[in-house]
Design a protein around this ligand. Sequence first.
Ligand code: URA
Length: 219
Amino acid sequence: MVGVSVPSYGESMQIRAVDHPLAAARLTTLRDETTGNAAFRGALSDLTQMLIYEALIGAPVTEVPITTPVVATTGVKLASPPLLVPVLRAGLGMVEQAHAMVPEANVGFVGIARNEETREPVPYLESLPDDLTGQPVFVLDPMLATGGSMLHTIELLVSRKATDITAVCVVAAPEGVAALENSGYPVRLVTAAIDDGLNEVAYITPGLGDAGDRQFGPR
Ligand code: URA
């Protein structure tokens, strides 16, 4: 973990859960062990669209003058498009769709593997802008399990002065949610499900298995 000192925001973390039959149906596809890699990637992409939609509800917009084929009028654009940060490997399956939803967004990358013995995050890649002052950031990682990878990523962002961070996750475990809440970092969570908990090897249950393997095959 990166040693950074940030103010605690002292509020309970905002959690938004996508509550829609289509989201529930795509999540069912992801959970089903008979779903193959290609169908898994498709359902993950669809669900990412819904999560990004949810994450941007209420986002500030700027008015822009436009002319329709009929008349001059006023439209809007996002005032501050979020920096999209997929956490490799599993977050790769979310970034294309998130970018399609917010084409003007910049994209950073964080790579974190998991030590299967200690279950500790093992960072191997960091490609982020140096200064994130005033920049909203969406961290894309399908699984919020122990919260170790997400916290490492948030610490990288906070050390670059980010103060507006959204964790965009398909499935969260209560342990991961608690880790974010207790961190005191300026983060909110958008997810499609908060599952029962972690099993003895820190997989989310019922969960959907290894989100990286299910997209790309075993390492
Ligand atoms: N990472 C995954 O891909 N799945 C889990 O259940 C937990 C961590």
